[in-house]
Design a protein around this ligand. Structure first.
Ligand code: FAD
Length: 318
């Protein structure tokens, strides 16, 4: 089925924090023909379209939400392409900046889970993504959030991204025509391409060849580090606050929350993780109101003590 449409979908069944009330509808699109169908349907469904991946960075309130969730389900195995003319990328229009002879372009669908993509790259002997081991999002959400971990930022490896808009369909965009920053990606679509709603449909990453066992070892190291310091298997949405800019080395939003005593602080069914204070955990039966109250409390405590404003990283759907 190119497109599957479901009405009255509960966000708590689509998000890793397991919170959120009903959205108007969900369109799961598995191929390009499904995008054509979606373009015809979208307006009539009412509400606002929202691209959704694994829902691993979303805090949704009880709603109801006037949203149509658009979920890319193109998750076939990635394809690998040698970088053309990688010897002299500067002299070759379209070549990836910084590409070397061992650069390989990996093309993946937005619906593919990041863990699966990393597994394919490891088996193919490609290095670059290892730091993202344990990040549970999908390729589309990873690009949209510019996911990053242990020195790796997804958009720094991005060479091209294929975007879909209801007005213009699919279009490839070079990474150097897009803007990105800390947990931020902006494809900088002109008004002609539909500056409003866009979906990441495919992405290409420039990775380098390496020994597969060496890639595996780095993934294992990254995962062990993550597991020791973050509640990777709990119901969470990752870090709720961004790290404020200009912090001294070793400081982070999590450390600031820890310093004001919030590790393990609980309200109803929600708590700041005892392992990492920047992760809110749904212990079971938690509510979005409790999550938001804890966040406001944390923000106020950190501001009182350090005069620093914690900016929200998790996407709040209210
Ligand atoms: C245990 C845990 C650990 C985590 N660790 C990290 C970490 O180390 N580093 C890090 O950066 N993040 C981390 N995260 C957060 C999260 O996994 C990342 O932000 C991830 O990139 C989100 O991907 P997703 O597919 O779940 O996106 P979603 O949560 O579904 O969506 C997030 C945002 O991206 C948009 N979006 C999603 N898919 C698309 C698409 N196809 N096209 C356009 N926009 C889209 C959504 O509209 C929304 O604004 C962690 C989360 C958890 C639960």
């Amino acid at each position: 089925m190119p497109l599957t449409l479901t009405h009255d979908v509960l966000l708590k069944e689509r998000t890793t924090l397991r919170l959120g009330g009903p959205a108007l509808a969900e369109a799961v699109v598995s191929c390009e023909a499904g995008l054509d169908e979606l373009a015809k349907l979208l307006h009539g469904l009412g509400g606002r379209p929202l691209a959704l991946g694994a829902g691993s960075n979303i805090l949704a309130t009880d709603g109801p939400h006037a949203l149509v969730l658009v979920r890319a389900a193109n998750n076939a195995a990635p394809s690998f392409h040698a970088q053309p003319n990688a010897m002299s990328p500067e002299a070759t229009p379209g070549a990836t900046p910084g590409a070397t002879p061992d650069t390989v372009i990996v093309r993946a669908g937005a619906g593919m889970g990041l863990p699966r993509l990393l597994g394919h790259c490891q088996r193919a002997g490609l290095t670059g993504l290892e730091g993202l081991t344990g990040v549970p999002g999908r390729v589309g959400g990873g690009v949209a959030m510019n996911a990053g971990s242990y020195g790796v930022e997804l958009c720094r490896l991005l060479s091209r991204v294929r975007l879909w808009t209801p007005e213009s369909g699919l279009v490839w965009r070079d990474a150097h025509d897009c803007a990105f920053g800390y947990r931020r990606f902006d494809p900088q679509l002109g008004s002609g391409l539909g500056a409003g709603f866009w979906v990441v449909w495919e992405a290409e990453f420039a990775l380098r060849a390496d020994e597969s066992p060496a890639v595996r070892r780095r993934m294992e190291t990254a995962y062990a580090r993550k597991k020791a310091t973050q509640p990777v298997t709990a119901r969470s949405a990752g870090c709720v606050f961004k790290n404020p800019a200009g912090l001294t080395a070793g400081m982070s939003a999590g450390r600031l929350l820890d310093e004001v005593g919030l590790k393990g602080r609980r309200l109803g069914g929600m708590s700041f993780s005892p392992l990492h204070a920047n992760f809110l955990i749904n212990e079971g039966g938690g509510t979005a109101a409790e999550a938001l109250e804890l966040m406001e409390y944390g923000r106020a405590m950190v501001f009182d003590r350090f005069s620093l404003n914690l900016e929200t990283e998790v996407k709040v759907l209210s």
